[in-house]
Design a protein around this ligand. Structure first.
Ligand code: FAD
Length: 435
């Protein structure tokens, strides 16, 4: 049996290793010169929610069957990776809602590459999937590459990371209008696998308009991919989030990962917003950092950070950036009063979760912009990771997907992309070989 895996991120590496381990002649195509994908930029936490009810609550629109696979398989599959020599740094996720492990990205990619080579697999860097081959029955029979080659195969596994790096697709499916989000990822996931699958009749999943990302300091801030984690502004829950009209636009405390806040920021005018904090908010902690430390990171990146002794002066300072002074001040005062009275849930939009009024000087406003790490919608698959046909919902013979290419897992919320890479990568490989 010959298996071609298209995309050398964690999903592709996992799939390729499992395929080669099960005896398949395996080729891993990687568009870039350096395999590893987003994993190499990540914090390395592969995690699942603790139980299915929590999973359903945190990602209510996601496919429960696929969520259950992550829940049940993550732990044994991490153990399998560890036995392949992948360094597990910790078994703690630091989040009481989840369990999982922290992998060392570089060490893991190195170990997986060595194991694939030792078992006779082939890794082709600088080689991109450029379409799928199929026969008259609709079975996928191989792949085309950007070098013009046609590689015959019994099965193809798509692990090319979705379409976050394709501004036209992001604009059409996610933003739904003008404007452009910066990438918080490597730039090569431009929808090649997603579009190739649709060209052979694949169906798309739920959640095509959703993405996972973070609010980062808005331009003129500049940062390198290695700084993506450091410059993340993950303290909306300690702030008041207002748009350029001076209005609140989202529930800052809606979810622990602030995915909903980031997604809503992407629908604000100019794809910009401001996080307003007082001295107490700056002390607020998110995991190992305070909001104040994240604001300092925004300043170091050249982001716009305003600081004033009164709320009135903050509204004046924001007016110099185009926000209407009186509306901004009214928004902040109304928020403060409602939260102080314990009526945050009566605001529109409501403010849920722990909240405090912004009253202690100095007052700070940080300009943020949404960035996209990966898409949430993608290819519709069954629980064997077989890509489903648009026409009748049955699996397309010979075609599988893994990692971000698998759509509709975290619809309505967020779940671990690294867990989806490991779990669906291994399942796709086993299914492609009839296991
Ligand atoms: C800063 C940052 C921090 C993160 N932290 C975490 C975390 O702690 N926990 C977590 O769960 N997730 C985290 N993530 C997300 C996580 O890294 C991704 O969800 C995961 O790595 C996706 O894996 P993947 O293999 O599906 O896709 P990718 O990693 O995107 O890999 C896709 C690969 O396919 C290649 N490719 C694209 N097109 C083609 C083609 N036509 N042919 C061949 N190859 C192609 C790309 O070059 C790339 O190497 C983080 C991401 C970032 C950027």
């Amino acid at each position: 049996m010959r298996v071609i895996v298209a995309g050398g991120g964690l999903a592709g590496f996992t799939a390729a290793l499992r395929a080669v381990e099960l005896g398949a002649r395996t080729t891993l195509l990687e568009k870039g010169g350096l395999p590893g994908g987003s994993f190499l930029l990540s914090s390395g936490y592969a995690w699942s929610y603790r139980d299915l009810p929590t999973f359903r609550r945190e990602a209510p629109g996601g496919d429960p069957g696929l969520q259950n696979l992550i829940l049940e398989r993550l732990e044994p599959y991490i153990g399998w990776l560890e036995r392949q020599g992948c360094p597990v740094l910790s078994r703690e996720t630091g989040n009481p809602l989840t369990f999982g492990a922290r992998l060392d990205p570089e060490g893991t990619v190195g170990a997986l590459a060595r194991r694939i080579a030792d078992l006779g697999g082939e890794i082709l860097p600088n080689t991109a999937l450029d379409g799928l081959l199929n026969d008259t029955s609709g079975r996928v029979t191989g792949t085309r590459t950007n070098h013009g080659d046609e590689l015959a195969a019994d099965a193809a596994i798509l692990s090319s990371g979705g379409f976050a790096g394709n501004p036209e697709l992001v604009s059409r499916h996610i933003i739904g209008g003008p404007g452009r989000m910066r990438l918080r990822s490597h730039p090569r996931s431009t929808g090649d696998g997603f579009l190739a699958a649709q060209a052979v009749g694949a169906r798309t999943s739920a959640g095509m308009d959703e993405f996972y990302g973070r609010n980062l300091p808005a331009p003129p801030a500049e940062f390198s991919p290695a700084e993506f984690v450091e410059v993340s502004q993950l303290y909306g829950r300690h702030a008041v989030a207002i748009n350029t009209r001076g209005e609140r636009y989202a529930d800052e405390g809606a979810d622990w990962s602030e995915t909903a806040l980031t997604r809503t920021t992407a629908r604000q005018p100019g794809l910009r917003a401001w996080y307003v904090l007082d001295a107490a908010g700056l002390e607020g902690r998110v995991r190992e950092r305070t909001a104040g430390e994240m604001v300092e990171a925004a300043k170091r990146a050249g982001g716009t950070v305003l600081e004033t002794p009164t709320l009135e002066e903050l509204a004046e300072a924001l007016a110099k950036h185009g926000l209407p002074r009186d509306i901004t001040l009214r928004t902040l005062r109304e928020y403060n009063q409602a939260v102080a009275d314990g009526r945050g849930d009566e605001l529109s939009p409501p403010r849920t979760g722990p909240a405090a009024p912004a009253r202690v000087p100095p007052f700070v406003a940080v300009e943020v912009a949404p960035t996209i790490t990966h898409t949430v919608g993608g290819l519709a698959v069954d629980e064997r990771c077989g890509v489903l046909r648009l026409e009748d919902g049955g699996p397309i013979p010979g075609l599988y997907a893994a990692g971000v290419e698998v759509g509709g897992v975290s619809t309505g919320g967020y779940t671990s992309g690294l867990a989806a890479a490991v779990v669906f990568g291994r399942i796709a490989a086993e299914s492609s070989l009839g296991h």
